[in-house]
Design a protein around this ligand. Structure first.
Ligand code: PEP
Ligand code: MN
Length: 339
């Protein structure tokens, strides 16, 4: 909190304010300007009584909270959890725990349909699949593009599962929104602000991945772009950050679950597939995410991971996914959610 004192007050009046600030558990730092004296009251405003009452003291001109840089995504702006309606059929961020599953990339009709039917059968409620792929190397498979979107639409028609797919560039915003029920903004584009604005303006729900080396505050601020552009349907998705570790592809930061829950009202989704980069770790990561209060999971599943055109090492087999869904049931119930 910042406490601005009136000019020309007595030393005694100033000391009384300092005493009150200390009494309420803050450490005052006095800054003397030419005209005014300002006191910075250092302390966690959430654990101490508010200093706002000082505002009515005659020697105090103003009391200002130190504003968070994000507003619309913040818990302060919206106390209750937000829930996102997808296709009028399901709600993410409510009591039901959702699992979005499907291949990293849409490769062909058979691969997608087989996966879509299998993940639905196992209990997934959203189908994932990349049509436009952000690849580190330009020589790697870049995705089927619009053809992939058409296959996703076909899979939705056949299974009834809503579809999430990545929006890679601004120029495709309308096209991807035409086919997708949720737009995924990938880690590499998490701070591409013009893309965020374009995604928001389509009106589709947006799942915003955390960037590879993005601080949580930056991620929240990126999310602010969605809400500030009149789209309230935002989900954050933790997918691991770049660290010095080499045993995993990324370091999946599960601490983001309670942090996002505390700072924001928006749902939080965990992607353990990009997060670990290893299929053998996905089950444990999912259990942890459920127990820590995530609202949904985003998981890569492929009929034959060894032959996948992207991210083979991290994709679950159809059998593996079925087993995961069974193993997660008691965790979902223990977390007070339905599966
Ligand atoms: C993906 O989901 O396949 C993907 C490319 O994700 P990220 O942007 O998190 O790397
Ligand atoms: Mn992938």
């Amino acid at each position: 909190m910042i406490v601005v004192l009136r000019p020309n007050i007595t030393k005694k009046q100033e000391l009384a304010v300092l005493k009150e600030i200390r009494k309420l558990g803050y450490t005052p730092h006095v800054m003397r300007g030419v005209e005014r004296t300002v006191i910075g009251a250092i302390g966690d405003e959430r654990n101490h009584p508010t200093l706002e009452a000082l505002g009515v003291w005659p020697q105090v001109e103003r009391v200002m909270p130190v504003q968070k840089r994000y507003k619309l995504v913040s818990r302060e702006a919206h106390k209750a959890n937000s829930s996102i309606k997808i296709n009028k059929t399901l709600t993410i961020g409510g009591t039901h725990f959702h699992v979005m599953a499907g291949p990293c990339s849409v490769e062909n009709e058979k691969q997608l349909m087989t996966t879509a039917n299998a993940v639905k059968e196992a209990g997934a409620t959203v189908l994932r699949g990349g049509a436009f792929k952000p690849r580190t190397s330009p020589y790697e498979f870049q995705g089927l593009g619009e053809k992939g979107l058409k296959l996703l639409a076909k899979a939705r028609n056949e299974t009834g599962l809503p579809v999430i797919t990545e929006l890679l560039s601004e120029e495709h915003a309308e096209l991807v929104a035409e086919y997708a029920d949720i737009l995924q903004i990938g880690a590499r584009n998490a701070q591409n602000f013009q893309l965020l604005i374009a995604a928001a303006r389509t009106g589709r729900p947006v799942l915003l991945k955390r960037g590879l080396s993005m601080r949580i505050e930056e991620w929240l601020l990126a999310g602010e772009y969605i809400l500030a552009n009149e789209n309230p349907n935002l989900m954050f998705c933790e997918r691991g950050i770049r660290t010095f570790e080499t045993y995993t592809r990324n370091t999946l930061d599960l601490s983001t679950i309670p942090i996002i829950k505390k700072e924001s009202h928006c749902p939080i989704v965990i992607d353990p597939s990009q997060g670990a980069g290893r299929a053998d770790l996905v089950v444990a990561m999912c259990k942890g995410a459920v127990a820590m209060g995530a609202d949904a999971l985003l998981i890569e599943v492929h009929p034959n991971p060894a032959e996948a055109w992207s991210d083979g090492a991290q994709q679950l087999t159809l059998e593996g996914f079925k087993k995961l869904m069974q193993d997660l049931k008691p965790f979902i119930e223990a977390a007070g959610r339905t599966s």
